[in-house]
Ligand binder design. Structure first.
Ligand code: 16G
Ligand code: MG
Length: 545
């Protein structure tokens, strides 16, 4: 077939280094940019097949998120803006690792297994982050799409959540919004402005926010949306990419892991600040107090703020809708206790990785999902959206219910339901704080985090660790969970778990306890157990103090 001739010819221009093996990880392929040209071409092919299969537009985003500038990666986006399904992740790995002469056979295998009608039209939306390697890598992806006769639209520089939004808009024929950057800014900024009309006496201080753009794509895009916000939010932007290096000592991941402010940011004590990650799908907030002590408000605090706000509105609107919060094992124990015991909301725990949380959140009327690292959003079921809309349009309802239903409607519109979105989450958080007249200190005081520590252990093969119960228990190697259990018993309010990383060749260890010292020594002792029972390599883990 002529189609495959083109694939053959083009793939010769994007050859695979022989023997190189890469995995479609938790969120796509991610490694040094020099190794990715053939991967991009092949993902262009795969996105085209996925589009033919689903008869819908598929997204392909070139980014390595919070990784160093030298790395790059690719994420595929399914028709409603979700991540691709596990079966297709498998195909991605299969295509990526086929040696040059096996590529056609691997491609035909997917076509056969999925019974793809090759005469079906295909459309792929492509976006990229600000890495210098993204320019040629996105071209390779576009080559892949055209090699299989697919149509592509190159959105150029966009955040990951912007591309998810475009795909969803396109496949809902504009019901979710207009599939342009202007459409994105309009949709979210208008909802934000409507929400902030409910904030009385908002001072200039309350309207001010310092943003760390991680020297990445989020910085460019926050500048663009700011002009649509009608001065309801005053942003001081730092790490805007004009001088600093992407993600270098800045950005959401750095701030969360180091528990320190980013470099390059001017912070006055008590001032509200936030950091995006390199592709603007994560956000964390923070401030320093008058003693220069740093306070982090992570994804758990964000989920608590948002779910409290939504629960209050549901009560005011007298709407009987179930709200749930979805977390991972990394959620601070205090947040889970607060949500379950004080707020009385349903809490679910899933495996790490956005697709798992997203999936679990879809089971509820309103599902608020956040990873502690700041990746998350809120999903509203169709039925919930309809109930809210009916109430907002009902002329017989009282003022309080009406006001609450309108607020809920605008809250739905300010949220990017396709995926966690730093810009949209920021607007929602800013609106909630303004409406409640709440300072960042008051938000922080909702509950107090338990001290925690995360460590990494190098082992010869991290796959020897198998977990169950949403990664909270290790089922292999033998004896590891028993060892963890007996270590945890030595401390008060303690919890610990281990899991193989999906993005790095390490085992991650998490521990929390009543004091920082205890969390640190529990994390160290558990690291030692992993080292001894799961084939540690290199030096034995040393105590932290
Ligand atoms: C990826 C995931 C993130 C998760 C992280 C865990 C997405 C979009 N991103 O970055 O949600 O927290 O992996 O990394 O799903 P780890 O497996 O190395 O701990
Ligand atoms: Mg990211």
């Amino acid at each position: 077939m002529a189609q495959f001739q083109d694939v053959l010819k083009q793939s010769g221009l994007h050859p695979k280094p022989a023997g190189l093996v890469l995995q479609y990880g938790t969120a796509g392929f991610r490694t040094n940019a020099k190794l990715l040209d053939h991967i991009m071409f092949r993902m262009g092919l795969l996105a085209t097949l996925r589009s033919k299969k689903t008869k819908a537009t598929i997204g392909l985003m070139v980014t390595a998120s919070h990784n160093p500038e030298e790395d790059n990666g690719v994420k595929l986006v399914d028709p409603m803006g979700e991540m691709v399904t596990p079966a297709w992740e498998g195909y991605a790995t299969q295509l990526a690792n086929a040696e040059q002469e096996e590529l056609l056979a691997a491609l035909k295998d997917v076509i056969e297994k999925e019974a793809i009608n090759m005469s079906q039209e295909a459309d792929v939306f492509v976006g990229k982050d600000t890495r210098s390697s993204s320019v040629s890598l996105s071209k390779a992806a576009l080559d892949g799409v055209s090699a299989l006769g697919g149509h592509s639209k190159d959105y150029g520089l966009v955040t990951t959540p912007q591309l998810h939004y475009m795909v969803c808009c396109q496949n809902t024929q504009g019901k979710y919004g207009e599939a342009t950057e202007e459409g994105y800014y309009k949709k979210f900024s208008q909802a934000f402005i409507q929400l902030t009309k409910n904030a009385s006496n908002c001072t200039d201080d309350q309207k001010h926010l310092s943003v760390d753009g991680a020297n990445g794509i989020g910085a460019l895009k926050v500048r663009e949306i700011e002009s649509h916000l009608k001065k309801e939010l005053h942003i001081s932007l730092f790490n805007d990419g004009s001088t600093g290096k992407l993600n270098h000592q800045c950005g959401a991941d750095f701030v969360k892991v180091q528990q320190n402010p980013p470099t390059g940011m001017k912070m006055n004590s008590g001032e509200r600040c936030c950091s995006f990650d390199g592709d603007a799908d994560r956000i964390v907030y923070y401030y320093t107090d008058s003693e220069r002590q740093f306070h982090l408000l992570d994804g758990d605090k964000i989920a608590t703020l948002i779910s409290t706000f939504l629960k209050e509105l549901l009560t005011q609107a007298a709407l009987d809708l179930e709200i749930a919060v979805v977390q991972t094992a990394y959620a601070n124990g205090s947040s889970t206790n607060y949500l379950e015991d004080t707020m009385k909301v349903v809490v679910r725990c899933t495996k790490t990785g956005v697709k798992h949380l997203h999936h679990a959140a879809q089971e509820f009327d309103i599902g608020v999902y956040f990873e502690a690292n700041g990746h998350g959003t809120v999903l509203f079921s169709k039925a919930a959206e309809e109930k809210i809309q009916q109430l907002a349009e009902d002329s017989n309802t009282n003022d309080e219910r009406k006001r609450a239903s309108l607020l809920l409607q605008n809250t739905i519109n300010v949220i990017n339901q396709t995926v966690g979105d730093a810009i949209s989450d920021m607007l929602l958080i800013e609106a909630i704080l303004a409406i409640k007249g709440m300072t960042i200190q008051q938000w922080d005081a909702i509950y107090r985090d338990l001290p925690s520590r995360q460590l990494k252990v190098k082992v010869s093969d991290r796959r020897v660790i198998d977990t169950a119960d949403a990664e909270r228990r290790a089922v292999s190697p033998a004896g590891l969970q028993e060892a963890i259990d007996s270590l945890v018993k030595k401390y008060s309010r303690a919890r610990s778990f281990v899991r193989p990383s999906g993005t790095e060749d390490v085992v991650r260890v998490y521990a929390e306890a009543d004091t920082q010292e205890n969390a640190d020594s529990l994390a160290h002792e558990v690291s030692l157990a992993v080292y001894r029972l799961a084939g540690g390599v290199g030096e034995e883990p040393k105590p932290l103090h």
